[in-house]
Design a protein around this ligand. Sequence first.
Ligand code: SAH
Length: 370
Amino acid sequence: MTTTETATTSKINLLGHPLAALEAFFAELGEKPYRAQQVLKWIHHFGVSDFQLMTNLSKPLREKLALVAEIRAPEVASASQAEDGTQKWLLRLADGNSIETVFIPETTRGTLCISSQVGCVLNCDFCSTGKQGFSRNLTSAEIIGQLWFAVRELSLEKGAHDHAITNVVMMGMGEPLLNFDNLMPSLDIMLSDHAYGLAKRRVTVSTAGVIPVMHQLRAATDVALAVSLHAPNDELRDKLVPLNKKYPLAELMKVCRDYFKDDNRRYVTMEYVLLDGVNDSLEHAEQLAALLKNVPAKVNLIPFNPFPFTVYKRSSPETIDRFHARLVAHGLNTRVRKTRGDAIDAACGQLVGQVQDRTRRRERYFSSSR
Ligand code: SAH
């Protein structure tokens, strides 16, 4: 299919339909509900996008499906691979926007970092995605389409095995909780045994702290939660993560304290990017330890990844070690995230895609930086 054809198609894209939505779709076609399971498996277990290959469906049904529906994932615009094996794909969407998806292989697992929006409205000062401005939410087909694409891509590559992707983190471009309606069907498909069958603890939603939606998320599912903290007091967090002005730390910590209260073996991951001379002093470490005192938390320290025109710098290895040691001395479960993929700009906060910015933030950022 050419791009013009895909852009103008009126066929319904089944890629982002979880089981319940597929059942409703087949009911409307006058088909039996079990067709939904079969098709979900074909799409996500076997990576099939052509109805003609779905051999346990009758021929007339396959033809009917081909007339009214399609299975369409974002298309790859470019791919890059770092020496450490990290891979980044720029994926083109039907409307001309592009997003980025990153695969991070480790010895015992492989993590796919998925985008939830084209750009981001939050405008965190140290994040490159924020500086691109914002275009729109991704559809559920575009969110799950990143996993669908990556599974297929990795299984085609030499050496990769079927289960190369063991973990998914919603830590790409965008704020997933500001796209809740499309996030939920995507999570459903990730967890479904008829699709990817990922364990709940291996799927992480990361948020800058959209408190009302955190409650909604918790009520709907118990996947893992990461919170982008980055500062131990409101004054500093207001600057780094402007969303803090709306949802300040005391309220955010209350939600985190209670988030897994029915299971004392579970923790909220607190992400803290270390910015040289900004949030990395021992005083900040003390404040952070105090803030997290009664919160079941694990701390993930992230060395800052630079991007063009940023005023921030990565803290030195000594400073990072000192900060880490101080948190550990307070009994906090803390680790320093290894920087992966920065040579191909695939590291945390470096994902930019191609955003048709509707906020004009990008323009302002780049003109004021010169
Ligand atoms: N909006 C969500 C999802 C993005 S996750 C959230 O804020 O959690 C991306 C993670 O990388 C966040 O923790 C983010 O704060 C962090 N990050 C952003 N820019 C970064 C940078 N330049 N260097 C290191 N980490 C960064």
